[in-house]
Design a protein around this ligand. Structure first.
Ligand SMILES: Nc1nc2c(ncn2[C@@H]2O[C@H](COP(=O)(O)OP(=O)(O)O)[C@@H](O)[C@H]2O)c(=O)[nH]1
Ligand SMILES: [Mg+2]
Length: 337
């Protein structure tokens, strides 16, 4: 690592850290070199994903949790990665969070990093993983990752995080929404936030019921929805034995945050006792290696094709003379001669 000092990053210099995070997010030469050099120091941080519908209070909850962790464990450091596809770096939601909890920004033990998708196709999960590795290497004990529960993001978080918290709130067209999004199945901990609002108890009871039905295997929750396959695969590395608790919180007043923190640490203890902690780490590492191999293989292979051939074949496909699969086969066959 030429441009960055591993030492400076590990000593907690926020400026050094901030620079390296930018390079890593840009995925340029120096960012990749930094990740390589830092990898040896990773593997300790507890990565906690927080997902759920927009407006349910994820940011508020993450902020309250960060405060609580810093108060309860002053020695520990907390990183926050806010993945918000709707707001740019300095934009709305994130600015709002800053206004609400200004002191987190000034806490030397807390680092907040927001990340917009910026159209990076499928790159968001990779970038989030890379950033959390940097925080891990820099000695951050907790990495809290907030993602909006829409589309693919909540499935990605399962591979990324050790503990996935799904945040719901009263009156979201009650919980049907949560089921549809397939987020119930990925939850290690379920939170009904805004618990002081009317309807919170109903939402809470529904979630408890659905969790219990789901784990008795009646299949009533799952209904053969295709997302279940993904969630089940993600969960299949986790032996049965963890029943996701349902908790009530009021993030704005930090009500229930201590209980949430306890549940998080119980889940961590469970993961470690059952060997799942390592299994999760290894499965994420395996995925990364496989992705890198595929990328490298296909980039190298494309270079061996005669100039213009790919485009010619591509044209045939766009004119519907060839199917994409036939095109791929033809191109691969050409090279293997
Ligand atoms: N009544 C109530 N409002 C809350 C609570 N937590 C968050 N909010 C409010 O809900 C809105 C959305 O919160 P935010 O944390 O930005 O939600 P996110 O979109 O899920 O990140 C904001 O106006 C918050 O002030 C809570 O516990 N009770
Ligand atoms: Mg938010």
């Amino acid at each position: 690592m030429t441009e960055f000092s591993v030492d400076a990053i590990r000593k907690g210099g926020k400026l050094a850290l901030s620079r390296v995070l930018s390079r890593v997010e840009a995925d340029d030469e120096s960012g990749r070199a930094a990740l390589d050099a830092l990898f040896a120091y990773t593997g300790k941080a507890h990565k906690i994903g927080v997902t759920g519908p927009p407006g349910s209070g994820k940011s508020s909850l993450v902020n309250a949790l960060a405060h609580h962790l810093r108060r309860s464990y002053p020695e520990s450091r907390v990183a926050i990665i806010a993945v918000d596809p709707t707001s740019p770096f300095t934009g709305g939601a994130i600015l709002g969070d800053r206004v609400r909890m200004p002191d987190l920004q000034n806490d030397p033990g807390v680092f907040i990093r927001s990340m917009a998708t910026r159209g990076a196709l499928g790159g968001l999960a990779d970038a989030t993983l890379s950033l959390s590795q940097v925080f891990d290497a820099a000695g951050y004990d907790y990495v809290l990752i907030e993602t909006v529960g829409a589309g693919q993001a909540e499935v990605d978080i399962v591979t990324l995080a050790h503990t996935t918290i799904v945040v719901d709130m009263p009156g979201m067209g009650d919980d049907i929404q949560a089921i549809k999004a397939g987020i119930l199945e990925i939850a290690d901990i379920l939170v009904v936030n805004k618990a002081e609002l009317p309807g919170a108890d109903q939402t809470y009871r529904n979630l408890v019921l659905m969790i219990e039905m789901g784990y008795r295997g009646t299949g009533r929750i799952n209904g053969g929805h295709h997302r279940l396959t993904i969630a089940t695969e993600a969960r299949s590395i986790e032996p049965e034995g963890w029943l996701p608790p349902v908790l009530k919180t009021t993030a704005l007043t930090s009500q229930g945050i201590a209980e949430l923190e306890q549940a998080i640490h119980q889940h961590r203890a469970y993961l470690q006792a059952s060997g799942t902690w390592n299994a999760k780490e290894n499965s994420a590492i395996r995925q990364t290696i496989d992705k890198l191999i595929l990328k490298e293989l296909s980039e190298n292979w494309k270079k061996t094709l005669p100039a213009g051939l790919y485009e010619t074949v591509m044209q045939s496909v766009s004119q519907r003379k060839l199917s994409p699969r036939a095109a791929a086969r033809a191109l691969l066959a050409y090279n293997s001669e």
